[in-house]
Design a protein around this ligand. Structure first.
Ligand code: SF4
Ligand code: SF4
Length: 143
């Protein structure tokens, strides 16, 4: 069975030109990933009321503070054919759908289910409601 590190390593790297940060917002992740992120962050990660940014995003530099341990979904963004970078940043190679599916299965076996980032419930319902149907994919400056 693959480890999480092996699954992460199998996702093609994206040559990010750091053109945005708005995709770093509401993400789903595994508990084991959140634990690793909080260890790297040095504290609890939780959304603040009314703030849509991922709590791991440095809102000043617009970069990920836990880049080395960012979760699966953030690594997939830009690398998956279904989650291509809207600014044209390209992965080092194109992942096939079969490859992505196999990685997803292996990932699900390890994390055992996705959870929302803590604190999402503190975001005003109206704000969340306005997002429904929009293209608000999680991202990071330099996936
Ligand atoms: S890449 Fe963005 S969304 Fe993912 S953990 Fe980092 S800051 Fe959060
Ligand atoms: S790869 Fe992601 S962070 Fe980089 S420019 Fe594209 S969408 Fe923005």
């Amino acid at each position: 069975m693959k480890t999480l590190a092996e699954i992460y390593a199998a996702i093609p790297k994206v040559e990010c030109r750091q053109l945005c940060s708005e995709q770093c917002s509401l993400i789903l992740l595994g508990k084991v990933e959140l634990d690793a992120m909080e260890k790297a962050f040095g504290g609890v990660l939780s959304h603040k009321p009314g703030c849509l940014s991922c709590p791991a995003l440095d809102t000043f530099t617009k970069t990920c503070t836990v880049y080395d341990v960012r979760p699966f979904i953030c690594r997939l963004f830009g690398a998956s054919r279904k989650l291509m970078c809207p600014h044209g940043c390209k992965p080092e190679r194109q992942m096939t759908d079969q490859e992505e599916h196999a990685l997803l299965l292996a990932y699900n076996r390890i994390v055992g289910g996705l959870e929302p980032m803590p604190g999402m419930e503190t975001i005003a319902e109206g704000t969340l409601g306005s997002l429904v149907g929009t293209n608000s994919k999680p991202r990071r400056t330099g996936y």
